[in-house]
Ligand binder design. Structure first.
Ligand SMILES: Cc1cc2nc3c(=O)[nH]c(=O)nc-3n(C[C@H](O)[C@H](O)[C@H](O)COP(=O)(O)O)c2cc1C
Ligand code: SF4
Length: 486
């Protein structure tokens, strides 16, 4: 069904993109001609990290992206090192988090996720960071304006710490997602005491991150993982559920505890600014919202219909963070597990997913508009945007206009950095883009890990084109298509 939408790749001019947006009735800022020197994308901007002013050298950020390729005891491998070095040499001056690193091994999202639970892990992350900086220096030059954070996570409902399969630790009751819990494995909601202990884990991890040389930690609150689920836990009882005050308590107490234990360490928060009712493939393979009786109240930043946006609480969260001294936020949306079309708009969905129920351009426009609205609400907070990769050849035209209009301070790049890591350098040099390496949202970097394989850009990155797991990926995709009758 997605084939009814024109691929962005086929829109041969910025005018054709504008026409398509007109047909869709959505708006995206964009410049017709990119500035020869990157224009506003080349400008540095200040960020307040725990009271210390720092300069970020340009307007590109690398978003966190894990590769399901650490060791089973949570340490980096050469594949992780390669990815981080490519992040460093990209030319982006803000590295938002590197990748999700679990503060507790039971909260890993996959058996190969990195962890930061011992000093040995802290040292390994320090080496990763140092190698990223070296790659940056070699490719770009001085690194005094390069700001690097580490994303800290607990996967909550989406924990899968070992080969035995999902081991969910829900943040609260959920009317739809509870139907997806494994029937043969008890999955009690995490208790208030356990959340208090978990805050301590975030603190220990933050101290290690500071020792390892990171400029900031991201207390992750996005994509359906625990920190995000708590924000929408309206049916949870006790100190961490129900009211807005209770639902933000975990984030608040964790931030305050990190500030006490690691003075001078910057803190950022990546949060899903809106959410929708979980989707599943319908009989024609196209995504449909799961049936639900009554209003949907569990989507943080969503409205009661389960399909619309209500940014009142996300704005209140921005204010709360600002009042706590957190002036660095990365805006994303939804979850790759239950609403991937709003989280990472793609023309080709992961092979076990659903065909997009809307033109992916609508998803991009939704995320950019919500981000701009949040930035306008709290101009003093540095806001990093997400979800640009689907724009493909026109990413830089939109990025330049977004920054010029003040719709975000920094343009976060996810998948595009896997296929074409030096896109920021090419844009800032004013050159044309290398069309062979532009991410076409084939989603293999998501399909591979869903099948227990490492993640990487198998279609476009020569290294992964020649990786032995490419053959397994092709077989897994064929098997999934056959199983789903597609
Ligand atoms: C392979 C892969 C791994 C990802 N890992 C993370 C992660 O560790 N933490 C996170 O916050 N987001 C993660 N994301 C989401 C991206 O950071 C980003 O939000 C998303 O891809 C949308 O941005 P894009 O359109 O530029 O790709 C991942 C995405 C992909 C494709
Ligand atoms: S596999 Fe490559 S082309 Fe496909 S979505 Fe991922 S980065 Fe983009």
């Amino acid at each position: 069904m997605s084939r009814t939408y024109p691929q962005v790749k086929k829109l041969r001019s910025i005018g054709e993109l504008a026409d398509r947006l007109g047909e869709l009735g959505v708006d995206l800022p964009m410049v017709a001609e990119r500035s020869p020197d990157g224009g506003p994308l080349a400008d540095g901007f200040p960020v307040d990290l725990a009271g210390t002013p720092r300069l970020v050298g340009n307007r590109f950020a690398v978003l966190p992206m894990e590769g399901w390729d650490g060791t089973t005891d949570g340490l980096p491998t050469d594949l992780v090192g390669r990815r981080w070095q490519r992040f460093g040499s990209s030319g982006a001056k803000l590295i938002w988090g590197g990748e999700a690193v679990a503060v507790d091994p039971v909260g890993r999202a996959n058996p190969n996720q990195l962890t930061i639970d011992t000093d040995r892990h802290g040292e390994a992350l320090s080496n990763l960071r140092a190698d990223l900086v070296s790659a940056h220096t070699e490719a770009v030059g001085p690194h005094n304006d390069l700001v690097i954070g580490l994303q800290l996570t607990h996967s909550g409902r989406f924990s899968r710490p070992d080969a035995s399969g999902p081991a969910p630790i829900p943040g609260g009751p959920h009317p739809v997602l509870d139907r997806r819990l494994p029937p043969d494995r008890p999955s009690p909601v995490i208790s208030d005491d356990q959340l208090d202990h978990l805050s301590d884990r975030f603190v220990a991890a933050s101290v290690r991150a500071q020792v390892a040389g990171f400029d900031f930690v991201d207390i992750k609150a996005c994509h359906g993982y625990l920190g995000h689920e708590l924000l929408g836990s309206v049916d949870r009882s006790g100190r961490f559920g129900g009211s807005f005050e209770n639902r933000t308590r975990f984030l608040r107490q964790t931030i305050e505890a990190v500030q006490g234990a690691a003075p001078g360490l910057g803190i950022g928060v990546r949060f899903s600014a809106y959410d929708m009712v979980p989707f599943l493939a319908g009989s024609d393979g196209v995504g449909e919202p799961e049936p639900l009786e009554g209003p949907y109240r569990h989507g943080f930043g969503g409205d009661d219909s389960g399909l619309g946006i209500d940014l009142r609480e996300p704005k209140a969260l921005l204010d709360l963070l600002g009042d706590l001294g957190v002036h660095l936020v990365c805006v994303t949306a939804g979850s790759p597990y239950y609403v991937p079309h709003i989280q990472r708009p793609a023309w080709f969905p992961p092979s076990d997913g659903y065909q997009p129920p809307e033109d992916p351009l609508v998803g991009v426009a939704r995320m950019l508009a919500a981000t701009a609205e949040l930035k306008a609400h709290r101009p003093s907070t540095v806001i990093v945007g997400s979800g640009y990769s689907y724009l493909q050849d026109w990413l830089a035209n939109v990025a330049e206009a977004v920054v010029a209009d003040g719709g975000a301070d920094s343009i976060g790049l996810g998948r595009m950095v896997l296929s074409y890591p030096d896109l920021p350098r090419d844009v800032l040099a004013g050159g044309s883009l290398d069309r062979r390496r532009i991410c076409r949202t084939f989603s293999d970097c998501t399909t591979a890990p869903r099948n227990g394989l490492v993640s990487g850009c198998f279609p476009l990155d020569d290294f992964y084109k020649n990786h032995p797991q490419r053959v397994e990926l092709a077989a897994a995709k064929r098997a999934t298509r056959a199983r789903l009758g597609r």
